[in-house]
Design a protein around this ligand. Structure first.
Ligand SMILES: *Cc1c(COP(=O)(O)O)cnc(C)c1O
Length: 229
């Protein structure tokens, strides 16, 4: 467990260093600890070391851990693919969802968000690398989806998320290109009158490149908790 605290400190240093290197405002990048597949006691150790935001991809597993850790003041982010029959659990138990890519799911989340909770924070997942990925809204369809989601009463549209297709031994420029496209897509939506503040991009292998291109939230699992089975 001590290892978790040490790794957390190392990641924090890498994030702050990347901010400085790329002229980002200090503290402008938030760490989301991706805790999918990790047991509750590992999350508890990270929380004891000061980490508050955790990302989960599998609803059933997530709900068990959210229940087991209810004594802690944690912020839960759903980042996995969303089947429409799973929206209620997300609407009732999460603070954020990063992987909304169609209106049907957004409508259900809005309808099912309890009145006792603040609006659910939402990022739209964009298929930024083209054919290589199946999930995410196509960039051409993004403006219409964003306008429709922004109008739903129990959701608060915050920004965009992407998982670029993996590239092998690629240069910095190639790694950064999809992150730049996501940043430009966000800027275009804001020029159209939305007020989005979140770019959820960058994982263990590429988060420094994502910070260079404007990430405000990086989602890190492996570098923090070790390889998943
Ligand atoms: C698993 C996952 C991550 C974390 O990936 P690592 O490479 O382990 O850092 C980030 N984002 C999403 C959407 C994931 O599913």
């Amino acid at each position: 467990m001590e290892k978790t605290a040490e790794r957390l400190a190392q990641i924090e240093v890498r994030i702050r260093t990347a901010e400085v290197c790329h002229n980002r405002e200090p503290g402008s990048v938030t760490l989301l600890a991706v805790s999918k597949t990790r047991p509750a006691d590992v999350i508890r150790a990270a929380a004891a070391a000061g980490q508050r935001r955790f990302g989960e991809s599998y609803l059933r597993e997530a709900l068990e851990k959210i229940g087991a850790l209810a004594d802690l003041d944690l912020e839960w982010h759903f980042i996995g693919p969303i089947q429409s029959n799973k929206t209620r659990g997300i609407a009732e138990h999460f603070h954020w969802v990063h992987s909304v890519d169609r209106l049907k799911v957004a409508r259900r989340l809005s309808e099912q968000r309890p009145e006792t909770l603040p609006p659910l924070n939402v990022c739209l997942q964009v298929n930024i690398s083209g054919e290589a990925s199946k999930s995410g809204v196509e960039p051409e369809a993004l403006p219409d989806l964003a306008r429709a989601v922004a109008a739903l009463p129990r959701l608060r549209l915050r920004g965009l998320m992407a998982i670029p297709a993996p590239v092998r031994d690629a240069g910095e420029e190639v790694v950064r290109a999809p992150f730049r496209r996501l940043r430009e897509a966000l800027a275009a939506l804001n020029r159209d009158g939305l007020a989005l503040d979140t770019l959820s991009m960058g994982m263990s292998d590429d988060f420094e490149a994502a910070i260079a291109e404007g990430a405000t939230l990086v989602r890190i699992g492996t570098d923090l908790f070790g390889a998943r089975d």
